[in-house]
Write a protein that binds this ligand. Sequence first.
Ligand code: CMP
Length: 139
Amino acid sequence: AVTRTFSIIKPDATRRNLTGAVTKMLEEAGLRVVASKRIQMTREQAEGFYAVHKERPFFGELVDFMISGPVVVQVLEGEDAVKRNRDVMGATNPADADEGTIRKTYAESIEANSVHGSDSDENAKIEIDFFFDEAELVG
Ligand code: CMP
């Protein structure tokens, strides 16, 4: 089925001017950008977005990193979008990511790993709603 997922192009990628290169890989993987905006996340937004990780030892550093520069938040649509996006992103740690994936190609570390993508349809909806109003999604 055609579904939607949520993506973030992270500060390490925007800093290196890779917004277009990353988006091209998403598009070539069969995903369509139906919403996109470049934002500077506030600490409150980053803490709220990553609330599920707040007990993890890397939470503080993760939040600091995510507000260290602009990000591009996007809604992606395609056949089986969550899985399709996860496949093209590659493993969280670029050292474990397959050749040809975004993280293998561009990520600097497990933290500065260039992209975020939703891990389920349920979380995709929650994450889309966190950053976008329905009227901003143009299919
Ligand atoms: P993301 O998909 O955005 O979700 C949580 C993020 O935490 C993850 O990608 C990583 O970039 C980051 N992170 C930093 N350190 C770790 C770690 N040790 N294990 C998992 N994720 C980590």
